[in-house]
Each structure stands twice: as structure tokens, then as C-alpha cells.
Design a protein around this ligand. Structure first.
Ligand code: UDX
Length: 436
């Protein structure tokens, strides 16, 4: 089947390359000429493990191509995916649907045959109805079914998540849409990946509910971590102890500096907005958003404490290891590192940093931070070393070298990747998260 993927950002590109790998004929469309030119040259606009190879293989096999021409890209496509951005609208946090609506208009105007139009972008409940209306208003004579098919890809693990999903959710209102989507996902169907067919509105809500629930789980364990520090308990053991209960499960219970990224912060805000619009408050999610926001600066204050408090910290130097919101990505969106670095600078602390992939994205966001070429250069002369993101490269630092280079042997481990006993035995003062 020919598939058109409108929007070649993170979701569109990964999904398009994976569909091509299943054997479909995929055209990725984007308005950004520069991005399309670079993709044609094999240059990825994002860092995602394995993506460059997957794209290269499928381009070479003639199953994947790129264009800025929407009409040409969707010509003859059985399924047209909308995978454009839905950023938080400035002012009210609602998902900005400008791009989604614009694509729907263009699809309606240029459609050359019957097609299923699939919203893959994360869109508020009712967006499928709006897309359907916009396409109908174009007066197209072709049969169109509008379907919701949210993505659950994690950055850094997106290809694996796409090919071996926990589930595929498809919100569809008619048989035409259902049949085409079965064909689109046939390879996964044969793999026995569970496919859940629901109504379109239900599917749209599932995406928000999933992300809000995961954000809640993280925020819950982060608050338990704070309590552990006060009562003298260990949050990792608490997480293990509750996670062994099958009803709770062990995942997403790693205490840390708070969640960030392109999805959780934006989607929780959008869910709050929808809940408000429908006069059905989601108090738990409200608390999660507030708690997570304040946690990021609180982590900066934790580093200041490790420097001996606000007065002692002024004029000292802090090295941040890891800047991206999580490892294996270059994504800085809503990364806790931004608030942490800001809190430190506000307190008069000089900040150096190193990140394996994120420094290019981080530099304009953190102009006050000195970016270094490797972790040890960042550590040179530092009064405190802080692990912000759990990149593998930081899991086995040469602690003796760190001690020699740093001005003071102080380690703040915001991801709990070190054993406190080992670090203390190496002569460091150690602060973790929720490990009294
Ligand atoms: C998330 C969802 O997992 C994915 O299904 C959805 O489609 C998009 O949003 P992603 O943003 O790539 O994916 O990252 P994820 O691995 O979920 O982590 C999000 C944030 O939570 C990161 O900042 C991470 O550090 C933090 N986190 C995650 C924790 O602090 N503790 C955890 O136990 C898990």
C-alpha cells in the first residue's frame, strides 16, 4: 500500500521509516525544504539510534522517499497520516491545532482518490471530528474515513517501540477505515501485537490518559523520594517493594529530577485544558503538573545544598553531566537541566556542562553555561559534579580521575546511578535522590 506521512518530525519520520521497512511504499512530506533536502542526502534532523540506517536501507530499496509537495506525496495513497506538531498554545496550554487543520484543508483540496486520513499527532478529543468536517467542506468527491492512531514511541527506543508495540490503538468509525488500518498494520497483526479498535474519541483520549498516568507514576515516586529523605528510607527499595505487586508494576518508578521531554509536559497541560473545557476537573493531573514544575528548581537547590548552602555556593563552580531530558536523544525540550542550570546561575554559581548528544540544542537555551568537549573537562575545577541525565557514559566514571580534577569531591546523583557506598568509599560526599 502507498502511505503518505505528512510531517517528517520525530513521529512522522520514525513511523514512515518503519512502515517502509514493513514493505509499504512510503512518502514522507514536510514543508521544510532544507529538512527534505537533508533527508534526501541521508542526514537525519534528529538523533535517534538506528534511524539513519533504517532510512538508508528503505530509501535504497525504493520504498521510502521525501518531498515538500503534498499533492504529489498523497497521490494514490491509501492511508494519509497527519504527523505534524501540536505544540502547547501560548497562553492557555491547549494543543495548537493550526498545522493539523491546515494539513486537513490541503488534503481535502488535493485528494485524488479514496483514502483513510489518520491523525498520528497527539490531538485533543474531537480533533478527528474537526478534520472530518474540514475535509468534507473541501467538497471532495472521494470517500474519506478519518481515523485516530496515537503513537506511544519513546525517544531513544522509538524504532523498537514501533516494531514491537505493547499495543496499537485505532479509533475508527467505519468499516472502510478499519479495513485499511488492518492492512497498514498487517505485519504487526501477524506478529500478534495487540490491536485495540475503539471509537475515534476514545482513542484520542487514550493517548492523553496514558501519558498523564505515566507522568503521575513518576511524580508519585518522586514525592516518595522526598519523603524517604525525611524519614530515612530508600526510594529504590520502595519502588522495588511496590513494583513487585503486579497491579502496580516496576516500570516508571525511577525517582529523579522530574519528567521532561516533548510529550509529558505538553500532553498533561493539554489534558487539563480539555478537562476544563468539558467542566470535568482532573485534580490529580493538576497536582502532577505543579509538583513536577517545582521539582526541577528544587533539584537546583539540592545542588546548592551540596555546595554548603546559598552563601557558600556563590562564586563556586558546578559541573552538570547530561543536559537532555533523558539519554539517547538530543532533545532538550522541558529538560530539568534547564531549570537546574538557571537556579544555579541565579545563585551565583558558575556552571559547566557536558552532554553526549544534546549540547548543540542546549547551547542557545543555556547561554550562561560553558559547554565542554568531554565530562572530565567539565569537571575540572568543579566544587560539585551533578549527574542530571543517566547517559551510559556517566555510569562508570573514573572516580579517582574525577577526584583529582575536581576542586572538591562532591557528587550529586540526580538519577541514582551510583552506589552511595562505593562513591563514599572513593572519598566523595554523595547526595542521591530519595536515598537517605
Ligand atoms: C513518552 C512516553 O513514554 C511515550 O509513550 C509517548 O508517546 C511520548 O512520551 P518520551 O518522552 O520519549 O516518551 O520519554 P520517557 O522515556 O517516557 O520519559 C519521559 C520523562 O520521564 C523523562 O524526562 C524521563 O527521565 C522521566 N522518567 C521516566 C523518570 O523520571 N522516571 C521514570 O521512571 C521514567
Amino acid at each position: 500500500m502507498k502511505i503518505a506521512m505528512v510531517g517528517s518530525g520525530y513521529v512522522g519520520l520514525v513511523s514512515g521509516a518503519c512502515f517502509a521497512d514493513f514493505g509499504h511504499d512510503v512518502v514522507c512530506i514536510d514543508t521544510d525544504q532544507n529538512k527534505v533536502d537533508r533527508l534526501k542526502d541521508g542526514v537525519m534532523p534528529i538523533y535517534e539510534p538506528g534511524l539513519d540506517q533504517l532510512v538508508a536501507n528503505n530509501v535504497a530499496a525504493g520504498r521510502l522517499s521525501f518531498t515538500t509537495d503534498l499533492a504529489q506525496g498523497i497521490d494514490g495513497a491509501g492511508a494519509i497520516f497527519i504527523a505534524v506538531g501540536t505544540p502547547s498554545r501560548r497562553g492557555d496550554g491547549h494543543a495548537d491545532l493550526t498545522y493539523v487543520h491546515e494539513v486537513a484543508r490541503q488534503v481535502g483540496d488535493t485528494l485524488s482518490g479514496d483514502a483513510v486520513v489518520v491523525t498520528k499527532s497527539t490531538v485533543p478529543v474531537g480533533t478527528g471530528d474537526a478534520v472530518e468536517r474540514i475535509i468534507a467542506d473541501s467538497g471532495t468527491a472521494h470517500k474519506v474515513s478519518v481515523v485516530s492512531n496515537p503513537e506511544f514511541l519513546r525517544e531513544g527506543a522509538a524504532i523498537g517501540d514501533f516494531k514491537r508495540p505493547d499495543r496499537i490503538v485505532i479509533g475508527v468509525e467505519d468499516d472502510f477505515g478499519r479495513d485499511v488500518m488492518r492492512e497498514v498494520y498487517r505485519p504487526l497483526f501477524l506478529n500478534e501485537s495487540p490491536i485495540l479498535f475503539t471509537s475515534r474519541r476514545t482513542s484520542e483520549l487514550i493517548k492523553y490518559a496514558a501519558n498523564a498516568f505515566l507522568a503521575t507514576k513518576i511524580t508519585f515516586i518522586n514525592e516518595m523520594a522526598d519523603l524517604c529523605e525525611k524519614v530515612g528510607a530508600n526510594v529504590q527499595d520502595v519502588a522495588r517493594g511496590i513494583g513487585m505487586d503486579n497491579r502496580i508494576g516496576p516500570k516508571f518508578l525511577h525517582a529523579g529530577p522530574g519528567y521532561g521531554g516533548s510529550c509529558f509536559p505538553k500532553d498533561t497541560l493539554a489534558l487539563l485544558k480539555t478537562a476544563e473545557d468539558y467542566d470535568s476537573p482532573t485534580r490529580i493531573v493538576e497536582a502532577v503538573v505543579k509538583t513536577n514544575d517545582s521539582r526541577k528548581r528544587a533539584m537546583g537547590r539540592k545542588v546548592i545544598e551540596a555546595l554548603g548552602g546559598a552563601d557558600a555556593a556563590r562564586g563556586k563552580k558546578a559541573a552538570l553531566l547530561g543536559l537532555t531530558f533523558k539519554p539517547n536523544t538530543d532533545d532538550m525540550r522541558d529538560s530539568p537541566a534547564i531549570a537546574i542550570a538557571q537556579t544555579l546561575s541565579d545563585a551565583g554559581v558558575e556552571v559547566t556542562a557536558y552532554d553526549p548528544e544534546g549540547m548543540e540544542q542546549a547551547a542557545p537555551l543555556l547561554p550562561q553555561v560553558t559547554m565542554c568537549d568531554d565530562p572530565y573537562t567539565a569537571i575540572e575545577g568543579a566544587d560539585v559534579v551533578t549527574i542530571v541525565t543517566e547517559w551510559d557514559a556517566f555510569r562508570a566514571l573514573d572516580l579517582n580521575r574525577v577526584k583529582d580534577l575536581a576542586k572538591a569531591p562532591v557528587l550529586v546523583d540526580l538519577r541514582n546511578i551510583y552506589d552511595p557506598q562505593d562513591v563514599r568509599a572513593a572519598g566523595f560526599a554523595y547526595t542521591g535522590v530519595g536515598r537517605a
